[in-house]
Design a protein around this ligand. Structure first.
Ligand code: DAH
Length: 439
């Protein structure tokens, strides 16, 4: 299959933005006119906003989270089982429904507007997300489906799937990862059912004010009851997965779609790792979805973070490995079995630096370079470290220096291969990002 780079330029404000698309695509194909892209069997027009790369396209539809015996699938099932066990109705049937095969292609409205994300919020930027066109993107979180499911009449549900974010390159970040997003909605009767004299208790308060503790429209007692149930459910989940010795802590956070909001952090290898975000859902979202008479909590949790911690997986790229040495370690009958990943072997790292002058029109973001490195280096690249920025005292030109650390998961890379890839990265950056590589 021939592959030819196709670049489009778009002027947005002062920036000259690039669109990175290869002419022949593996799982996605271009149609005759070249202005369309077929992704997961559907046709999308592409435009000046398009920034999805072939590397990403080739991974859409891999569905690691439902691949039998895959570590992400084990952990997904354990989380689902926990919710089935913890939340059931009078006759013992689980109340949460689970959706793990919803297409990751969503509208800007689903991913942002429906969740009250402000129009100028940084998470919407082209440098943060993979846009298929101006109105359509690969979801950056599974929260994107909340409004649709609530509008369909669901009160308790989990949405599990792949999410996409342009990001830095290191052993914990990968442009695709997996999330569980959960919503639970309650009526006053459900929330206060075990409280004595509960007829005095209300979900809503008229003419209230928003404080750190609650939204203006909610009563403090309803918010506190929901907060208690939410935090209990999540610390219970963490203890079910990791055992009761696990050290975790709650940190206050901000999300446009919840208030109050928190993050749960777990202590792992001498540092605190955030594993999930959660909060009391903005009542506006419930009202817009036809569930204004209820109150809701919600959370979003990253599967890779938990799996790395649970199975001692040192690098996030391993989840994408087809190597039987990796996959076979997770072939167990019982998904609750204790598994500790043993590195198959350690291949040597190889570090090469690159520095270049940025384009003078300032149309450069480091994420453009990271995507280009991923396109060309693939999974041979372990990490890209931004080393320094230098401003020439006279010309005021800006130069960036990065170290690229090459290491394959499954084989030793020869010095020659690394040098060739490194040279190609420099050449392509020069051609496509408009930078000038320094000798
Ligand atoms: N969507 C957030 C993220 O990806 C996580 C999150 C926070 C999801 C709060 C929620 C929520 O549903 O209520 O970082």
């Amino acid at each position: 299959m021939t592959s030819q780079w196709l670049w489009m330029y778009a002027k947005v404000g002062r920036c000259n933005l690039r669109v990175l698309i290869k002419r022949s695509l593996s799982t996605a194909t271009r149609t005759e006119t070249g202005n369309e892209l077929i992704l997961l069997d559907r046709k999308y027009s592409i435009d000046k906003w398009t920034n999805i790369t072939e590397n990403i396209i080739s991974k859409v539809g891999r569905n690691l989270h439902v691949t039998p015996h895959h570590p992400l699938s084990h952990i997904r099932q354990r989380i689902v089982n926990y919710f089935y066990m913890q939340f059931h109705n009078r006759i013992g049937s689980p109340i949460f429904s689970v959706y793990d095969n919803i297409s990751p292609i969503v509208s800007v409205d689903q991913n942002f507007d429906s969740l009250l994300v402000p129009k100028d919020h940084p998470s919407r930027q082209r440098s943060e997300c993979y846009y298929i066109n101006h109105d359509t993107l690969l979801r950056s979180h599974c929260t994107a489906h909340q409004k649709d499911f609530i509008s369909m009449g669901l009160n308790n549900f989990l949405v599990i799937g792949d999410v996409y974010r342009r990001d830095e390159i290191d052993n914990r970040h990968y442009p695709i990862f997996h999330q569980v997003d959960a919503v639970r909605l309650c009526t006053a009767d459900e929330l206060f059912q075990n409280v004595n004299n509960s007829h005095d208790l209300k979900l809503f308060e008229h003419r209230g004010v928003e404080t750190n503790e609650k939204q203006a429209c909610h009563s403090l007692e309803a918010t506190k009851m929901m907060e208690h149930e939410l935090k209990n459910a999540l610390t219970g989940l963490a203890e079910t997965l990791f055992g009761s010795e696990l050290k975790c802590r709650w940190v206050e956070q901000y999300f446009p779609f919840t208030h109050p909001s928190w993050e749960l952090e777990v202590y792992h290898q001498d540092e605190w790792l955030e594993v999930l975000g959660c909060g009391i859902m903005r009542q506006q979202i419930l009202q817009n979805s036809g569930a204004g008479e209820r109150i809701g909590w919600a959370f979003g949790l990253g599967l890779e973070r938990l799996a790395m911690h649970l199975y001692d997986i040192p690098n996030i790229r391993l989840f994408w490995s087809n190597d039987s040495g990796f996959l076979n370690q997770f072939k167990v009958e019982d998904i609750n079995a204790t598994i500790k990943y043993k590195p198959i072997s350690i291949y040597p790292q190889c570090k090469n630096d690159i520095s270049f002058w940025l384009p003078e029109d300032r149309s450069y973001s480091s994420n453009d370079f990271y995507d280009l490195v991923r396109e060309i280096g693939g999974d041979r690249v372990e990490q890209v470290i931004f080393k320094d920025e230098f401003v020439h005292p006279e010309s005021k030109r800006v130069s960036h220096c990065y170290s690229i650390i090459y290491r394959h998961m499954e084989r030793t890379l020869s010095k020659r291969e690394v040098n060739n890839v490194h040279k190609l990265i420099g050449k392509t950056a020069q051609e496509q990002l408009n930078v000038t590589v320094r000798a």
